[in-house]
Write a protein that binds this ligand. Structure first.
Ligand SMILES: Cc1cc2nc3c(=O)[nH]c(=O)nc-3n(C[C@H](O)[C@H](O)[C@H](O)COP(=O)(O)OP(=O)(O)OC[C@H]3O[C@@H](n4cnc5c(N)ncnc54)[C@H](O)[C@@H]3O)c2cc1C
Length: 399
């Protein structure tokens, strides 16, 4: 493994750092207070190439390698993990098309992301199927006219209120089937070539071929308030054959492939957040004096800072190893992706908890960034597979 970054990777990092310094950090606390979807930041990030990292060159995308993608997501997350979650969600939803779609499907479902700053949703989780994804009951069934019809409800779906396209995992034939398919449903904004960035409450999308998609009221969340999360209901949505990706029996395998790609990205989100928590805490403890000395010079406080720094660095190492393994398609990539996700979540939660503590009472005030970071950190341990599920993957591989 070579720890030297390529010139391109160095350039990506510098570009994202500059973007975060200019476009996110100065405004993030105000944006957080307003709790509005960060369209401006997303549009600007799209313009400089920080979105759609998995869209292939064949449809004019600028697909980057996994290590570069992890670096971009990590640096964006240093600015805000709600924004990076929204941005990264495009790849979560679209990488399955890049990996398993035909050239026609890539043209139809990926090229629009190159042409406009639109966002998409990855719809796997359901009210009765969280960690146990295979318990999903959303399903497609063939009608008398030979077309498939989709019915069911997904929950906790990132970007749902504003998505121009939905990637949906569903059973085939009946809710209790063992076969899973992956289907793509573009919404009007893509079909018309228009981008409708309106702040929606609940919204109803009429699908021209037949049926309706209803997205619920955006969830009011503890943290990552700059990302959007809502339920998505599919009512008799009619699908053409070309909307089914790959083999309609292999959707679950495709979902696992997506998660192998995405777990290092969630780890990158965690590492970015943990480093931000360390940096704001270091800064604060260098400024704040008690008992005639800086907080950072008090032995116990310094020990905590050292522990925080070590967690960040170790999680970053785990992230880089996972990114290399996924890049090389190594057989053991899954276990390293899970290790990285858990290590990053642990670092994010530890650094925000201890960082908040080192801020004393000020850390409990919402105007201090550490209090926001502490709220944001918890989700890293939950989405894309809770800690115990990652341990289950690691344990299964080990024995
Ligand atoms: C902000 C946010 C954004 C999200 N974005 C998306 C998205 O874009 N698309 C999408 O499809 N989903 C998304 N999710 C869903 C997310 O992936 C799930 O919440 C997560 O997988 C956990 O499922 P669950 O919430 O149903 O928890 P459950 O599966 O009910 O788990 C609850 C708890 O039970 C325990 N547990 C569960 N399984 C095991 C086990 N095998 N062994 C031991 N203990 C266990 C764990 O302690 C776990 O935390 C999002 C969620 C949130 C909150």
């Amino acid at each position: 493994m070579d720890f030297n970054l390529t010139d391109d990777q160095q350039m990506y990092m510098e570009t994202v750092r500059k973007f975060v310094r200019n476009e996110i950090t100065p405004k993030v606390m105000e944006m957080e207070r307003e709790h509005a979807f960060p369209f401006d930041a997303i549009k600007k990030a799209w313009k400089i190439g920080l979105l759609n990292l998995s869209v292939p060159e064949s449809v004019k995308g600028y697909e980057v390698d996994i290590v570069s993608a992890a670096l971009i997501v990590r640096e964006l997350s240093y600015g805000d993990t709600g924004i990076s979650t929204s941005a990264m969600c495009n790849d979560l939803a679209n990488v399955v098309i890049a990996q398993h779609g035909t050239e026609e499907q890539k043209e139809a479902f990926l090229r629009p992301f190159v042409e406009a700053p639109i966002i998409s949703s990855f719809c796997l989780t359901e009210p009765g199927a969280g960690s146990d994804n295979l318990a999903m009951t959303t399903f497609i069934k063939k009608g008398n006219d030979g077309k498939y019809v989709l019915n069911g409800e997904k929950c906790f779906i990132t970007n749902a209120s504003y998505a121009s396209q939905f990637t949906v995992f569903c059973k085939v034939g009946k809710p209790g089937s063992l076969m899973v398919a992956c289907v793509i449903i573009p919404s009007d904004s893509i079909r018309d070539g228009k981008v409708t960035f309106q702040p929606f409450d609940a919204r109803e999308i009429t699908v021209p071929g037949g049926g309706t998609i209803i997205t619920g009221k955006p969830e009011d969340k503890l943290g990552q308030r700059l990302s959007n999360t809502a339920t998505v209901k599919f009512e008799d949505v009619v699908l053409e054959d070309h909307q089914i990706i790959g083999n309609r029996r292999l959707g679950f395998k495709y979902a696992v492939d997506v998660l192998d790609y995405a777990r290092p990205m969630v780890a990158a989100i965690g590492v970015g957040l943990a480093r931000r928590a360390f940096d704001v805490t270091l800064e604060y403890t260098k400024e704040r004096k008690q008992f005639g000395q800086r907080i950072c010079d008090m032995p116990v406080a310094r020990d905590t800072l050292v522990k925080m720094w070590k967690k960040v660095e170790l999680a970053d190492l785990a992230l880089m190893k996972a990114a290399f393994k996924v890049q090389e398609q190594a057989e053991d990539r899954g276990i390293y992706a899970s290790l990285a996700k858990n290590a990053a979540a642990e670092a994010a939660i530890f650094c925000t908890k201890e960082g908040l503590h080192l801020h004393g009472g000020y850390g409990f005030m919402s105007e201090y960034e550490i209090s926001k970071l502490a709220r944001d950190a918890h989700i890293i341990d939950i989405y894309e597979g809770v800690r115990e599920v990652q341990d289950m993957i690691i344990g299964r591989e080990l024995v």
